[in-house]
Write a protein that binds this ligand. Structure first.
Ligand SMILES: Nc1ncnc2c1ncn2[C@@H]1O[C@H](COP(=O)(O)OP(=O)(O)OP(=O)(O)O)[C@@H](O)[C@H]1O
Length: 416
């Protein structure tokens, strides 16, 4: 493996990388960066946590330093928190350039954003919905001269899921110049390859990490088979065990709905676990505040919907628990990819009910890895079962009627 200089990066950028502990390029960086620096469109598909962000940030900064003007680069990404994370990488690595970047996401003030856009930032990082709103409602900025368009988590941007970005993407693509460099990155590009190729108009350089498996080797992937009614007791038992044994570990628990996210958060708090949540029914300010507290390890447990499944890079996350089995292997790959990043170890545990066994089989087939059973002392789980279920019921009532519990059961008898 070469170093960053041999890939064509300038000394000042190599120095910036070193300061951040980025010394040797990862395979996706080593393979994609020379093509990008040569001016080619590029599609990069590499596992979670493998450094895809720097693979596009570094060449853009290099080109920007050669011919700086704004607006030079547009990055689109599916979630607001990811937009902030990407902008942060541009800001830190591009510090010597005096880089002006601007973040355009929903939930924040439109007028302030419009002003920032009209100030000609070098890099705009946006979620498609809010940027399309600005394009529809204002003519105070132009993207006619952008040189780079980057679609991060590109497959998500193009799929027609519960949040459908395709209409907004059409509005955005309409105002971009045809002559530009387009880059598409994700850990799961292959399902939507044809649609993606049509966005990168010039025959793109395509790089995919050669590996049998689609998840990283450092990730220990486990499952627990449990009846639906015992699931929460397993969850409490797991959290208790991890927090007892590893006080420096952070844990993300994924669940499928905002409601479930709220109830589980309340329930784990009743057991005195330092828990915080992230889901789309929360106000944007609250989402940022919660994520910041989790990143700073003020709270060690985050309960999230799939709004946090992609891209988030939090090195302290050692465990991912899937409270529900994801319906799509792709979602599983992104969720468990929140741990075991950049060569670190991590564990994922998926709670599987009798109705989810077929889902696990299709996940295993896609990732080309067999999940191993996670050993649990069942009698310890049964000891807390009634108490956990009573607490959950109380939390459901509190959530509906927004009244505090009439009586709080003593939870201190959980001994593990
Ligand atoms: N060459 C490198 N050497 C060491 N660490 C690196 C290198 N490049 C990037 N990193 C670090 O690796 C971590 C993961 O990188 P990044 O978030 O870009 O992953 P990703 O491939 O985009 O993952 P995902 O698919 O989950 O979005 C970051 O903390 C980043 O700073």
């Amino acid at each position: 493996m070469g170093d960053f200089s041999s890939l064509g990066l300038s000394d000042w950028l190599v120095k910036q990388c070193k300061q951040l502990g980025i010394n040797k390029p990862t395979p996706v960086q080593e393979n994609c960066m020379p093509a990008i620096l040569q001016g080619r469109d590029c599609m990069g598909c590499a596992k979670t946590g493998s450094g895809k962000t720097a693979a596009f940030v570094l060449p853009v900064l290099q080109k920007l330093s050669e011919d700086p003007y704004g607006i030079f680069c547009l990055v689109l990404t599916p979630t607001r928190s990811l937009a902030y994370q990407i902008a942060e990488q541009f800001r830190v690595l591009g510090k010597p350039l005096g880089l002006k970047e601007c973040i355009i996401v929903g939930g924040m003030d439109m007028v302030t954003q419009a002003l920032e856009l009209s100030n000609q930032p070098h890099v705009v990082v946006a979620t498609p919905g809010r940027l399309a709103d600005h394009i529809r409602s204002s003519n105070t900025f132009s993207m006619k001269r952008i040189q780079f368009l980057i679609l991060d988590e590109a497959d998500r941007l193009l799929e027609q899921g519960c949040t459908d970005f395709t209409k907004d993407l059409e509005v955005i693509l309409e105002i971009l110049p045809a002559k530009r460099q387009t880059m598409l990155f994700s850990a799961t590009l292959t399902d939507t390859l044809q649609e993606l190729k049509s966005i990168a108009m010039n025959e793109p350089f395509f790089w995919e990490s050669k590996s049998e498996t689609r998840t990283v080797e450092e990730l220990d992937q486990r499952y627990i088979l449990t009846p639906e009614k015992v699931k929460d007791a397993y969850l409490v038992h797991l959290i208790q065990t991890f927090t007892d044994e590893h006080d420096d570990w952070s844990i993300i628990i994924f669940t499928n709905t905002c409601k479930s996210c709220q109830i589980l958060t309340m329930m784990l708090r009743e057991f005195n676990f330092p828990t915080i949540s992230l889901h789309s029914m929360m106000k944007q300010k609250q989402r940022f505040a919660n994520l910041a507290k989790f990143k700073a390890s003020v709270y060690k447990i985050l309960i999230a919907t799939d709004v946090a499944a992609r891209g988030l890079d939090i090195p302290t996350v050692q465990v991912v628990i899937n409270h529900n089995t994801p319906g799509l292997p792709k979602i599983y790959i992104h969720r468990v990819g929140r741990t075991a990043r950049a060569g670190r170890n991590g564990v994922s545990i998926t709670l599987v009910t009798q109705y989810d066994i077929h889902l696990i089989h299709s996940i295993e087939e896609q990732i080309q890895t067999k999940l191993k059973e996670y050993p649990v002392e069942e009698k310890e789980v049964l000891k807390i079962l009634t108490q956990v279920n009573v607490t959950r019921r109380e939390c459901e009532i509190v959530r509906i009627y927004k009244v505090p519990p009439v009586q709080t059961v003593c939870k201190s008898f959980i001994v593990l």
